[in-house]
Design a protein around this ligand. Structure first.
Ligand SMILES: Nc1ncnc2c1ncn2[C@@H]1O[C@H](COP(=O)(O)OP(=O)(O)OP(=O)(O)O)[C@@H](O)[C@H]1O
Length: 266
């Protein structure tokens, strides 16, 4: 269980289309203060990009949203993260419940060493679905949702490792969709992919936002500009600026944002 050192009061505002409301979030790895007073509202059915130089806390932030960061024993937090209006740090908040609502896709495709079919059916089976017809339907729907059905439908029993990196990443996205999440967290999902696979995953992200809310960490500013609705610029563990993506990339308010997006550092 994560150590929460204090809680600040809930900001009184309309949270109706807000997926996550991060309020005065601080996080320390031991003595290292990695996230500082983060206030961010993530809206549903949007793509929210997290950008910033190496070590600024991007991955830490999204790993806090599904409480994965608490796997690090030295982690302490203060503040709140409301997911659908409930504080995920509350003592009675079940992490399993959170993880069925919040899927995650990592930098390196990480399919299981199993068949394509079993990769997708894995989550639903864990949730007790045994009926072959229902599983078949979930597998097809998820693979279609991840825009890879046509490429793999004739080889569902093949090991997922036999696919290309870009295909493996879309299998991982399909595996995520199979649990019918509300939110998909993506930590640099295209950084290990070639340009064509990157384009496919970017197109997919655009399509997925109709049904899901997506938070993506990216080093690639062109990618953030292409695919996101809102962008948060992190620097040294703080959010310097959070706004509509076109504002961040055309008329940023803060000089540090302008310097970063124009390539002056980072
Ligand atoms: N498990 C850990 N233990 C101690 N410090 C950590 C741990 N993970 C990250 N940090 C530190 O916290 C800070 C933020 O790291 P984080 O990985 O969130 O940054 P990032 O912006 O995602 O960086 P990158 O773009 O290089 O992936 C860094 O100073 C990092 O060294």
């Amino acid at each position: 269980m994560i150590q929460v050192i204090e809680n600040t009061s809930v900001v009184n505002e309309d949270l109706s289309n807000t997926v996550y409301s991060t309020q005065q979030l601080n996080l320390w790895y031991g003595n290292h203060h990695a996230l500082k007073n983060i206030d961010l509202q993530i809206k549903e059915n949007e793509v929210t990009a997290i950008i910033g130089p190496s070590g600024c806390g991007k991955s830490t932030y999204i790993k806090t949203l599904n409480r994965m960061v608490e796997l690090v024993p030295t982690v302490k937090t203060s503040g709140k993260i409301l997911y659908r209006e409930r504080n995920i740090f509350d003592a009675d908040y079940g992490v399993e419940e959170l993880r069925t609502k919040v899927g995650m896709v990592f930098q390196k495709p990480n399919p299981f060493p199993k068949s394509i079919y079993d990769n997708i059916a894995y989550g639903p089976r864990i949730h007790g679905i045994k009926n072959k017809k229902i599983l078949d339907e979930i597998v097809e729907k998820s693979l279609r949702g991840a825009a890879i059905w046509d490429e793999v439908k004739d080889r569902l029993t093949t090991n997922a490792y036999s696919l290309s990196g870009g295909q493996q990443q879309r299998i991982c996205i399909a595996r995520c969709l199979a649990i019918e999440p509300d939110v998909i967290l993506m930590d640099e999902p295209t950084s290990a992919l070639d340009p064509i696979s990157t384009l496919k995953v970017e197109e997919l992200i655009q399509e997925l936002k109709t049904d899901y809310s997506i938070i993506i960490v990216t080093h690639n500013m062109q990618q953030a500009a292409r695919i996101s609705d809102k962008t948060a610029f992190f620097l040294n563990g703080e959010v310097v600026e959070f706004d509509q993506t076109d504002v961040i990339f055309s008329t940023p308010r803060d000089k540090r944002t302008e310097d970063y997006i124009s390539g002056r550092f980072g």
